[in-house]
Write a protein that binds this ligand. Structure first.
Ligand SMILES: *Cc1c(COP(=O)(O)O)cnc(C)c1O
Length: 364
């Protein structure tokens, strides 16, 4: 079949919203210091790696995994201080949980989220043919615009509202009272995406019993296990039970179940790594603030969004990359991000290389 008739075929077969999508692009980081994807930069102590590999030795990979992933769910409940009977849905990353939530909505539903925020909310909504409505955050500080959000809720009656807490890519925590007002006004579900909870020192997990439409979503990715792909969602039984029906039965593979269970039994290591990352966040942020033309935004996550002189973001991004450090260029997203770059906090040495690279770029 030639290319032309293949295109005719996709046009005939596929939903137009899929043809209109752009694939999620991940830049190749080969040979570069990788400060673009909010990964934990720290390896495990040698002895722990040996112990982990030993725990995998007896994994029966000829068998299907435990469809309920009971052991890893138990330790997730314990570490997140969720009562034993709290319903928890596991996903192949929280990305899959977002997909499960959106697949469950009625056709024609509206999904509402602030803008800018995590791009997968929009991407997956569009791929499923749902309406996506974005409410702009406030220009100077990326705070929620409560009035506009409540207006949009009343007008569009969203089936789901996503709030990333802290927000990606801005790094800030939205005001608690705004979030409570949104949960109360919402006619549907409100998902608080706490992907960055290890660095945030704030959470809505204690508010779960107070609402029948609140769900808390978290992931082990930013903690330091991004390669294992495990996210989780906690919330009212009536909702989580329904979502579980459309979860594919074996979505969490055996190696992930064993590895996450093992890692979380040693969670003190991740806590130490997270506090090292938070200390570096303070240092990097202060350094950025001292540079002429650079404005860092306050962050409660493991990354910092910063503004560069008008129109300069693409060339600064490129110059830093040429010096061996990959960060994230958000300038092409326009709007509030027009002149913005985002750096993930790495090891002290990696951060210094980034800061040196940036400084050199600014002096030329
Ligand atoms: C990184 C990120 C996720 C994705 O997490 P995975 O569990 O790796 O799929 C979800 N939400 C936000 C806000 C993120 O920044």
């Amino acid at each position: 079949m030639d290319t032309c008739s293949a295109n005719d075929l996709t046009g005939k077969l596929l939903r137009p919203e899929i043809l209109a999508l752009t694939a999620y692009h991940v830049t190749d980081a080969s040979g570069l210091i990788k400060l673009d994807a909010m990964e934990n930069p720290y390896p495990w102590p040698e002895g722990l790696t040996t112990e982990w590999l030993e725990s995998l030795r007896h994994c029966p990979i000829n068998r299907y995994p435990d469809p309920e992933a009971k052991a890893v769910t138990a330790i997730i409940r314990q570490l997140n201080k969720l009562p034993d009977d709290t319903p928890v849905l596991l996903g192949n990353g929280s990305d899959e949980i977002i997909q499960i939530l959106l697949m469950a909505l009625k056709p024609g539903s509206t999904v509402l989220a602030p803008e800018p925020t995590f791009v997968m909310y929009r991407q997956i909504s569009q791929s499923l043919g749902l309406n996506y409505h974005a409410v702009p955050l406030q220009a100077d500080n990326f705070a929620l615009d409560l009035t506009k959000t409540l207006e949009a809720i009343s007008r569009f009656q969203p089936g789901i509202i996503f709030l990333a807490y802290p927000n990606n890519p801005s790094g800030n925590l939205f005001a608690d009272d705004s979030i409570h007002a949104i949960i109360k006004a919402a006619p549907g579900l409100v998902v608080l995406d706490e992907a960055y909870s290890p660095f945030a020192g704030a959470s809505f997990i204690n508010a779960l019993p107070d609402y029948n439409n609140l769900l808390i979503m978290r992931t082990v990715s930013k903690l330091g296990l991004a390669g294992l792909r495990l996210g989780y969602l906690a919330g009212p039984r009536s909702i989580v039970e329904q979502l579980n029906k459309i979860r594919l039965p074996y979505n969490i593979n055996s190696l992930t179940q064993i590895s996450v269970e093992f890692a979380l039994k040693h969670s003190v290591i991740f806590e130490q790594q997270a506090s090292a990352i938070c200390a570096e966040r303070t240092r990097v942020s202060r350094h950025l603030a001292s540079l002429t033309g650079i404005t860092p935004y306050p962050s409660s996550a493991n990354f910092i969004l910063f503004k560069t002189p008008r129109g300069k973001a693409p060339e600064i991004f490129q110059a830093i990359k040429e010096q061996g450090v990959l960060i994230k260029n958000l300038a092409s997203q326009n709007g509030l991000l027009a002149d913005c770059l985002r750096v993930t906090i790495g090891t002290p040495d990696e951060n210094s290389q980034f800061l040196n690279g940036l400084e050199k770029t600014l002096t030329y």
